[in-house]
Design a protein around this ligand. Structure first.
Ligand SMILES: [Zn+2]
Ligand SMILES: [Zn+2]
Length: 281
């Protein structure tokens, strides 16, 4: 069964509503999927209901922003209680930080003489089906950048200087586990790009309490995937995988890399996704 455990919707910065997403999942014959929006679980109830009526295996997920050694790490949570208060509070705080950092960037650019009308920015709204977030779409609409690539290159220094005080990965792991969820380090090859994926750079995450790695990722080359798989086997950890597809936004394709559920090691998540039930059919 094909699987994709890392997909975004319009609840964060993806282009697809839950309805569009499930239609795309079915069109690609993916049997198991998880939605993992950035710091929000707003799409999960609808996705869950649609998955159930379509007979698809589904895992509730969320991609939590964390910070360690001045670097951003995304920690994926799967199979948690969606009403857990600690998780809820962490997500609310993270979203507020994301909004603040966007506002801060705009103010800095205004200070530097960019032709930005702050009142217009405050009132600005955009169509969620475009993907992205408020600051990004505002800058695109006003001709300051053309796409995500140009946004991150042009404002690299500004963005590095405004990395929000997200919780430490260990703190996110504690909250995810308190909510009955399973914490997985997302796309290590992307988060550790500057220092490399290696025993030394991954080792701290064992101490932080992660349960596994997103070994299969659109960011990974064959070598990185192989290293992550061996590392998980060595430390008896779970193995997940996903495309990090945002619909048409940022151009990562749904279901790529192609992963079969048998390639993954999901532990208790397999049952929570309803895989055992589907296999009996
Ligand atoms: Zn991510
Ligand atoms: Zn993602």
């Amino acid at each position: 069964m094909r699987a994709d455990l890392h997909i975004h919707t319009t609840a964060s910065d993806g282009c697809w509503s839950p309805e569009q997403l499930v239609a795309e999942i079915q069109a690609r014959s993916i049997g198991l999927f998880a939605v993992a929006d950035h710091d929000t679980i707003a799409s999960l109830p609808r996705c869950e209901a649609l998955a159930r009526s379509a007979g698809l295996a589904f895992l509730p997920g969320v991609e939590i922003s964390t910070r360690c050694d001045e670097r951003l790490f995304h920690v994926l949570a799967y199979g948690f209680d969606q009403r857990h208060p600690l998780l809820h509070d962490m997500l609310v705080e993270n979203r507020a930080k994301l909004t603040t950092v966007g506002d801060f960037l705009i103010h800095r650019l205004w200070h530097e003489g960019y032709g930005i009308d702050l009142e217009e920015y405050a009132a600005y709204q955009y169509d969620a089906a475009r993907g992205g977030w408020k600051t990004f779409n505002f800058l695109v609409d006003h001709g300051f950048c053309a796409d995500v690539r140009e946004y991150s290159e042009k404002f690299r220094e500004h963005l590095a200087a405004t990395l929000p005080a997200f919780p430490h990965p260990a703190e996110a792991v504690t909250v995810i586990r308190a909510a009955g969820g399973v914490p997985i380090l997302a796309h290590p090859g992307a988060s550790l790009r500057s220092v490399g994926v290696a025993e030394k750079t991954l080792h701290p995450f064992l101490g932080f309490g992660i349960a596994g790695l997103e070994c299969y990722s659109s960011y990974h080359d064959v070598e990185t995937t192989r290293f992550c798989l061996a590392w998980c086997a060595r430390h008896d950890l779970l193995v997940t995988g996903g495309s990090d597809c945002h619909g048409g936004f940022v151009g990562r394709e749904l279901g790529v890399p192609v992963v079969e559920s048998d390639d993954l090691r999901l532990g208790e998540l397999a049952e929570r996704a309803g895989l055992a039930e589907l296999n009996r059919l």
